[in-house]
Structures are given as C-alpha cells and as structure tokens.
Design a protein around this ligand. Structure first.
Ligand code: ADE
Length: 426
C-alpha cells in the first residue's frame, strides 16, 4: 500500500494553547484602534480577495491582529516566524484553531526547522511577501525562484531587512517591488523608538530582574531603536553610555546628555550592555577581555550577530543557564559574563515585543501597503519603495483620532503664507 505524503498544514507547539492565545489577541486588539478601523473597512470592501500572502513575522498577539485584518480583506495568509525565539506559542495555536491560518512557528525552533517553516509558507505560492528581516525574500530569491513569477510585491517591516533589500536592489537581484514599511514615520519614530525602548528594558528586566538605577548601561548604536533604549534606561536611573561609529549620531547622543566613547572603553565600566546597531560583532573578544565580573550582555538588533557569542563560548571555561533566558559564561580568570536571551532580540525572546499601541501603527502600514501593492504593483519597478506619504499621514491622523486628540488646521492666510516667497522681514 502506498502512503500519500500530505503537505503539512501547520507546525506549532501545542494547539491546546489556542484559547489562551485568543484571549491575549483580544486584549492586544484593545490597543490597536487604527488596525481595527482598517479591518472594518476591509471587511466591507474585501480589497484583498483572492490574494495569497506569505508572512514571516514575529508571531505575537499584535501580528495575529494584523493577520485577522488581512483575512477580513479577503486575503489568504500563511505565517511563519521571523526569529526562532520570538514566537508566542499560544498565539500560533489561536491562529490555527480560531482562524484556520496555516502557521509554522515554534518558540525555540532550531535553524533547520526555522527555514523549513519559511519554505512551508512559500509553498502556498504567494502573491505578496510580508517579511521582517528579509529571510523570506532571500529564501525565495535563492532557493525558490520557480515561485517568483507569482509574486507581485512585498513589504518589509524592519531596518535590517530594508538594508538587506536595498543591497539586493543595488545589485539588480531584487525581482519584485518591496515597500519599506520601516521607513514610514508612523513606523520608525514610534515602533523603533518607543516600542524598542520599552520592550527592550522589559526583556532585560524579565531575564535578569536587576535594578537599573545607578548602573552603567551601555547602548551600542544611536539609531531610532537605540535612542529609545537609551531614553528608557536613563528614565529608570541608569547612567547611559552610547557607542557609535557615525559622527552625527554620536554628536546627537552627546547633546541628548549621554556619555559617548568607544566600546573598548565602555566595556571596562559597563554593568549592562545592549546592542541595536544592525551590524556584526559589535561586542567582541577585546571587549569581553576587559569587562567586569557580572556584566550583562543583551541584544535588541534583528539578528543574533551583534554579540560575538562564538568567541565568548571559545573563551569560556564553563557555560551554564542560570535563569530562563540568562546564560553565565565563566572566563579562565573567574569573571562571569551573562548573556540574556541567547543574544537574540531580547524584547521578543524574554518579553512580548513592542506594546500593541505602537504595533497598531506599524501594522496599519503593513495592511495599507498590501492594498497599495495590489493596486499599483504592476506599475512599480523591482526596487525598494517608501511608504506613500498619504498612507503615513492617514495613519497618524487616525491614531490621534483614536486617542481623542485634536490638532489645529492652517488658516487660509497661513496656508497662503507657506506658498509665498516675496514676504520677508517687516
Ligand atoms: N516586533 C517588535 N515587537 C513586535 C510585536 N509585538 N509584534 C510583532 N513584531 C514585533
């Protein structure tokens, strides 16, 4: 008798967690009014009818609400994780059980399973890709090129993904247009800054429960994510030190009131280190060599490359897990360094990612950009596009409205003045 191998319809940790996941999804939805408005609009007009979307995103309560919005618009969505350690298993289960979404994501999955999951969502032959970090698009372009003809466009959620996509487009390797959701002001000014700021501190605290007040807190990088981290660490009484390679950003950090110095100097005095640079080995062997006993190392950048964990493991005489999400590396001279969340993005590994209220805007951008691609993809080139300004402004206006905040409008006189050049000094 021959057995038919049926395609896997989902791969999650435990379907029994579905009801808990649904409750948490609904809790998150209370803070996502803009997305709710778009969902209601989509439910009426069904603009995404027949569209197949393959999404590689952090599988969180917020993402689940985005998926629900896309379903309301008529799309079919398959979802996998964009990081092996960021999946909320109850949410994955809720999407499978309560929304019939094929989800392929298990918290703690190894690299092989992570990529098997990416292939599984690609097996749905997507028209649109929705990526967070560009692993989906990279896999599609390198190993699944036979699927490229179906794809009309994609969206990218994060800074790292946008950098990778732009590198790909510069080499003329990108085979469809991608909208850089990250570049919307209603995304990076809020999600990257306030979202990463709060959730990174949350992750470090859940992993360690250390007091921040009075500690030397070293932030590597001073982009929007790092700014948020520095701001919130300072708000809790830490002495913030920023390391940078960009003179302008370094200057901004100085004038924002932080100490700025090279990492090798910061390494000697830091109690807690958090990287969010998007680059590799920002915290490396020479830094481990001079760090104080008990230093805590965390990363909030997209990939787990910012802390050189291979070098640290080589240097260590012993590695042991001392708490959930906290590993102790003992060096030959007896110093102990503590790595939180395996060097993966700490806000999603040890905490729950950005709060819903900021993801509301990020995912409103995602939803509206999918609709934009549906309408305009045929006229777009194979490159990276910014989110159209009207979408960004509409989301800001809707968010203010949901927050019951009114703002002024220009008077006709003021409007005219802004288009006038002849009126100067009185
Ligand atoms: N990235 C950061 N926080 C997130 C969240 N809560 N959901 C999805 N993606 C995220």
């Amino acid at each position: 008798m021959s057995t038919t191998v049926r395609p896997l319809s989902y791969d999650i940790a435990d379907i029994g967690l579905a009801d808990k996941g649904l409750d948490r999804m609904e809790w998150a939805a209370r803070e996502m009014p803009v997305l709710a408005l778009i969902e209601a609009r989509f439910r009426e007009t069904r603009p995404l009818e027949g569209l197949r979307i393959a999404a590689a995103l952090h599988v969180t309560t917020e993402t689940a609400n985005l998926v629900k919005t896309l379903l309301a618009g008529g799309a079919q969505v398959a979802l996998c994780a964009s990081n092996p350690l960021s999946t909320q298993d109850d949410v994955a289960a809720a999407l499978v059980k309560h929304y019939n979404v094929p989800v392929y994501a298990v918290k703690g999955e190894d690299t092989e399973r992570y990529y098997a999951h990416i292939h599984a969502v690609l097996d749905t032959r997507p028209h649109i890709t929705m990526d967070d970090g560009m692993d989906l698009v990279a896999t599609l372009h390198t190993q699944r090129q036979e699927l490229l003809d179906h794809v009309i466009g994609g969206t990218e959620e994060t800074t790292t993904g946008v950098i990778r996509l732009k590198a790909m487009a510069a080499q003329a390797k990108l085979r469809f247009p991608v909208v850089a959701v990250n570049d919307a002001r209603t995304k990076h000014l809020f999600d990257n800054r306030y979202g990463t700021g709060q959730s990174t501190i949350d992750g470090i605290l859940r992993a360690t429960n250390v007091l921040l007040a009075g500690k030397n807190f070293v932030v590597a990088g001073y982009g929007w994510c790092s700014r948020g981290i520095a701001m919130r660490a300072a708000g809790m009484g830490a002495h913030v030190i920023v390391t940078e390679v960009d003179p302008l950003r370094a200057l901004e950090a100085v004038m924002d009131g932080y100490r700025v110095m090279p990492m090798v100097e910061a390494a000697r005095i830091g109690h807690i280190f958090c990287s969010a640079t998007g680059d590799i080995h920002v915290v490396d062997r020479p830094h481990f060599q001079v760090m104080r006993d008990g230093a805590i190392l965390a990363n909030s950048g997209h990939f787990d490359v910012e802390i050189n964990l291979e070098a640290l493991a080589e240097m260590a005489v012993e590695v042991k897990r001392v708490r959930d999400y906290l590993d102790e590396y003992t060096l030959p001279d007896g110093r102990r360094l503590y790595v939180a969340g395996e060097g993966r993005l700490i806000n999603l590994a040890a905490a729950e990612g950005h709060p819903s209220a900021v993801m509301d805007m990020s995912f409103a951008n995602q939803a509206l950009c999918v609709d934009y691609l549906r309408q305009h993809a045929a006229t777009l080139e194979n490159r990276v596009y910014s989110v159209p300004e009207p979408i960004d402004r509409e989301i800001a206006a809707l968010k203010l409205q949901a927050m019951e905040i009114q703002i002024d409008t220009l008077t006709p006189e003021q409007e005219a003045y802004l288009h006038e050049w002849s009126m100067g000094t009185h």
